[in-house]
Design a protein around this ligand. Sequence first.
Ligand SMILES: Cc1cc2nc3c(=O)[nH]c(=O)nc-3n(C[C@H](O)[C@H](O)[C@H](O)COP(=O)(O)O)c2cc1C
Length: 368
Amino acid sequence: MNLGPLTISAPFCQAGLAGYSDRAMRVVARRRGCPYAVTEALLDTIMLAGGEGLRKSIDINDDDHPVAGQIIGSEPETMAPAARILAERGYDVVDLNFACPVKKIKNKSRGGHMLRDVSRGHSILRAVRQQLPRTTLTVSLRRAFDDSPDNQGALFELIDEAWRLGFAAVRVHGRTVEQKYLGRADWRALRELKQRYPRNTIIGSGDVFTAEDAVRMLDETEVDMVWIARGAIGNPWIFRDARLLLQKREMQRGGESLKSPFDPSACESLSPPSIPEQRAALTEHFDIAMQIHGEQLAGRRMRKMGIKYARFHPDAHDVKKAFIEVRSLRDWQAVLTRFYESNGGGVWPASTAADEVNDDPAMQTCET
Ligand SMILES: Cc1cc2nc3c(=O)[nH]c(=O)nc-3n(C[C@H](O)[C@H](O)[C@H](O)COP(=O)(O)O)c2cc1C
């Protein structure tokens, strides 16, 4: 599929995830089939202040393309130059975050609050486009601010302006801003959106926890690409599996009927990552995180990542407990030596495992 001038080799994307989707997570996923990835939301004012904040915000290298840099902010005057920094530093796409359920700050809004301050959202879209006439731009939104009848037009007003300005895609999370991460994402709303904009690129988001969910979202909503968020944390194999299922679906369709729905029994042929595969991913992930953040911060970030990886281990409970204690590279290696030396198979996570990430405080704010 295409995103503006870019060719993306499969309709899946690793989401922006504050506190997670750094270059380490992106590269580990890419090596396992992730075709396109997004940074965590970068606060425009921090980037513009320069110094350490800017240095930490920008992290890109040759192994990490195509990649979108995502910015969040409340003023056109700061969002536009911040977008320019990302484009100049080599990000292939700039994504504007109008989706995060951040709190209002001093009467200024950012993230999902654009859905109830459409004129501010319009000003930001226009200012960024004016600053970057040729850059591939996308915008991330939620399906509405809330479910009140007078808010339902805001999404379309923002999207219509994005198309008018030549944005390459919009990404829509099927929850309202008020919902934050509670309740179900409304896939029907995604389907209706695609029907409304059949010729534009829509990236669908919300409740994609498995490779099967990703392919089912393509089928049920007909969006052009699926944004894989919580389902990718500690599961870089989700991209390899989603590609495999998509190939199977294409083969199925080539047979009887073009419209035959995705057959979930295809999933039976997927196997969970083996213990050696898990060990390799855990080792790579820590190595890259350490290069980026240094040992101490990598230890902190990787602790929560290890907990999510643990769900594929047959002794998930004990492995998770061991990862919780990790502070250093030595601790990390000790967990690998204790639990990841065998050549055995992994297991599919318990169905409740995906919910655990809801406890992450980063989720409440999307702050970076
Ligand atoms: C811990 C956490 C951090 C997130 N950070 C970002 C972010 O920086 N940028 C963004 O666009 N969305 C962010 N999101 C939202 C996700 O990308 C995604 O839209 C949302 O989780 C819905 O998808 P899911 O239900 O499949 O997880 C975050 C979500 C979580 C759970």
